[in-house]
Design a protein around this ligand. Sequence first.
Ligand code: NAD
Length: 302
Amino acid sequence: ARTVLVTGCSSGIGLAVAVRLARDPQRRYLVLATMRDLSRRGPLEAAAGATLGDTLRILRLDVTSDSSVAECLAGVPGGRVDVVVNNAGVGLVGPLESATGPQVQRVFDTNVFGVLRLVQALLPQMKQRRSGHIVVVSSVMGLQGVVFNDIYAASKFAVEGLCESLAVQLLQFNIFVSLVEPGPVNTEFERKVLQEAEKSEFPGSDPETLRHFRAVYLPAARQVFRTFGQSPERVAQAIAEVIGAPRPPFRTPTNPLYSPLLALRFADPRGDLGVRSFHRLLWDLGPRCLTCRCCRRRVTPV
Ligand code: NAD
């Protein structure tokens, strides 16, 4: 069996991936399901059922800590990790002026340096064996910036650049790199980010920006998740297919409904089309654009 280490397994996509791989009918995987805080293992244990202690083990891993990475890898049976799924991640929304140093630091420390830490720690053994698979859960926001998600998008663009560069060198060693790019997924992630946004007063932001953020962006974001959000199980299925593939793809966008938005980016080499389209949606159309003029149905202004 291949040993698969997954980060951020206490909820969402990480939990779903760990359980799906552990339940593989052909028993192809030994899953090391890791999480920062072991006291939050309840939902994973419940979902893992009989696989717990068999094809699934739970280990502690905080991706923002060098010592935690070292301790976790020291506890891996035989020290061997064949596949790593870098899934742990945090979001941040709001006007850029209000983002504090520690908030920005936390996003990059988790989403970018977290991946870097683990990949650097695992590369020597993978290269020595001349085999391995590095999977990174990126986002459509790693390919296309989204208004009021500046810091989060920057962090996902960073991992895209990291992986795109690294994949070339590693192919020589028969090590595959795969980016998985989900659109909206209905997990704790959205709830945490939007709840924080509702509580915050965003000091330092001007009233005009804040009005658009609250009256247009936040309702639209909710609508986007409701109308084309995927389940974490659907994203886990896509990740399992990537891991099971004999020649894993470099990129896997999981949500076909999001592809037209990504096309904006490539349709115009100057890059203005995407920027201007998103601008018009946010600034020219007020909250009233949430109702379709012809049929009066609520529509999503994205
Ligand atoms: P989630 O909040 O349910 O899961 C994220 C997990 O990462 C949590 O279990 C959290 O505890 C863990 N985590 C955070 N900091 C950590 C740390 N320092 N060490 C270890 N674990 C840590 O949300 P999710 O939607 O399952 O997110 C998983 C990944 O998917 C993230 O990388 C996220 O950026 C990405 N993603 C999510 C969406 C979405 O809409 N939900 C869309 C695209 C990409």
